[in-house]
Design a protein around this ligand. Structure first.
Ligand SMILES: O=C(CO)COP(=O)(O)O
Length: 248
């Protein structure tokens, strides 16, 4: 792994004026500029963000992509080629909020992954267990099943994000032991079963904040963070990026 990657997932937040202020402040933040960083605004603001990020080292990410890979009559959809065209480098796929609210299943996610890599995007594939699955000690089986779709991407460039559902937006961060346990498991599974290379990055997501970032990034198995709420606040996001840079 070459340094930690920090991706800010804005989820369904933002307005033109707020995005302008946030991106201007991120560009002016030395810690953000020095780290490997991406932001994922909603579709509607990707063009605006791309223009504001031009010439900076902050990459652009999308929060989702269509499974349809050819232009055509798919009302409401946004293709991987369009995301690449407006300057996206990464695309989140399989976020638990999409699995939960939009019933995205593995067959659909496999198509989205293929569409993304075919367009030259780097998928950030999200996995993670619910609280009930953790309590039933079924989390590794659940994650193994989620990872299985990556088999078709052997030899391609992708990132995995481990986001325990019970830690997302709850303020309940997984312990460093829990994170290390799952990250080691994901890395071993990808290396042994899915033809991934040792340089594969596994990000952690779920209530990452300025005050827990140091501990999380101190784990060698953690390749970076997927940050939700704290990515909307320049000071918090800047401090998370600073922590990422320190552990390079
Ligand atoms: O879902 C997440 C990032 O994709 C995590 O969200 P929070 O950082 O708000 O918990």
């Amino acid at each position: 792994m070459t340094g930690k990657l920090v991706i800010g997932n804005w989820k369904m937040n933002g307005r033109l004026a707020a995005n302008l202020a946030l991106i201007d402040a991120l560009r002016a933040d030395a810690a953000v500029q020095a780290a490997q960083v991406a932001v994922a605004p909603p579709f509607a603001y990707l063009g605006q963000a791309a223009a504001l990020l031009a010439g900076s080292n902050i990459a652009l990410a999308a929060q989702d992509v269509s499974a349809f890979d050819k232009d055509g009559a798919y009302t409401g959809e946004v293709s991987a080629a369009m995301l690449a065209d407006v300057g996206c480098r990464y695309v989140l796929i399989g976020h638990s909020e999409r699995r939960q609210y939009f019933a995205e299943d593995h067959a659909l996610l496999a198509r989205k992954l293929q569409a993304a890599v075919a367009a030259g995007l780097i998928p950030v594939y999200c996995v993670g267990e619910t609280l009930a699955e953790r309590e039933a000690d079924a989390y590794k089986a659940v994650i193994a099943e989620q990872l299985a779709v990556l088999g078709a991407l052997a030899g391609r460039d992708y990132v995995v994000a481990y986001e325990p559902v019970w830690a997302i937006g709850t303020g309940k961060v997984a312990s460093v032991e829990q994170i290390d346990d799952v990250h080691q498991y994901i890395r071993a599974t990808l290396l042994q079963c899915h033809g991934a290379s040792d340089s594969i990055r596994v990000l952690y997501g779920g209530s990452v904040k300025a005050d827990n970032a140091d501990a999380i990034f101190s784990l060698q198995s953690v390749g970076g963070a997927l940050v939700g709420g704290a990515s909307l606040d320049v000071e918090s996001f800047g401090r998370i990026c600073q922590a990422a840079k320190k552990t390079v």
